[in-house]
Design a binder for this molecule. Sequence first.
Ligand SMILES: Nc1nc2c(ncn2[C@@H]2O[C@H](COP(=O)(O)OP(=O)(O)OP(=O)(O)O)[C@@H](O)[C@H]2O)c(=O)[nH]1
Ligand SMILES: [Mg+2]
Length: 349
Amino acid sequence: MADAAATTTEPTVDAAATSTDPSLGDNDPSAGGADSVPRRSHRWLTSDAAGAIAVVEVLGDPSGLEPLLGRALPPAGTHALRRIGSLDDCVCLRLAGGFVALMPHGGTALRRAITQALCAAGYPESPAAPDHWPEAAGPRESAALCLLARAASPLAIGFLLAQSESGAAPDSVDEREQVTRLRRLIEPPTVVLVGAPNAGKSTLTNALAGRDVSIVWHEPGSTRDWIAVRINLHGLVVDWIDTPGIRHGAGEIEALGMELAHRRIAQADLVVAIAEPGGDWPQLDRPPDLRVRSKSDLAPQTAEAAADLSVCARTGAGLSELAQRVRDALVHPEDLTLKLSHLESIVSA
Ligand SMILES: Nc1nc2c(ncn2[C@@H]2O[C@H](COP(=O)(O)OP(=O)(O)OP(=O)(O)O)[C@@H](O)[C@H]2O)c(=O)[nH]1
Ligand SMILES: [Mg+2]
């Protein structure tokens, strides 16, 4: 009889590989016989970002690991310290059901080296299964946990945890558009800031980022190339792009920078136009989604019919409202109440 751990973490069976691989005979009998033995492979259960400890699951007949570990595996249902070749010490957990979890340190170079060693030992890497979340109560919760691990935005947390066990498939155009916007919780959308030279684009970018990412200078033309920075705007993480000022009669290098900026504008999820008091709005091939009047400290009383809002990057006035406006334009507040039947739809194209 398989124990609880083996039952809940039972990997997918590849029947074809099982029946043709003669080395699969000595698996733990609790796995339920040769028909339920997966082929040899390994997959990482932790992300490929650096961390203190990583976990790699080794599937299939574990006996091929023993030369790599230099010693016998611990008995099923127990764990022991082992050394992976000359690479690292790890905790080796042998689960009933015949498969093994190794817990080495979590460096990215080490992970690559362990993957190579496992491949050489006959355990090729298979992608982490999206539904492989043993602690999940069901497939829906598994999908939510999987997305949670990949989501760039803190705003995704509440949305994903609120997905109940039932939901409806998006069936109207509106709902499909909502799903498109919800994808932005997982993959950061691109916001491009565009305006005339000296409008205050780089100062605003630095103020939103909370650090100096762009050069600020009192003469026009200081930004020559677009600069991207990842910013959290009230829970939505975006790739914010500062661009060179758009003007006629610029030199060759500046014109090349503007050409690149125009390409970013064409691909942007949101375009923010900026102009200083009395300044002109940039002429663009697509209308901006938001118009921001900068340097509000210089003209605090000016009525701004053409602008959606005014900001002062020097004092911080209006920045929180700007962040909120950008966030709500990219992911509408009502999108976050949508209940989806297939959570995976917010990552698939
Ligand atoms: N008074 C005031 N000055 C500002 C403000 N924001 C920026 N400036 C000044 O405006 C000038 C230009 O600022 P930048 O941020 O470099 O302008 P930019 O739009 O990036 O300019 P380019 O890169 O040349 O296109 C600098 O001298 C800034 O200090 C503001 O909110 N108030
Ligand atoms: Mg600039």
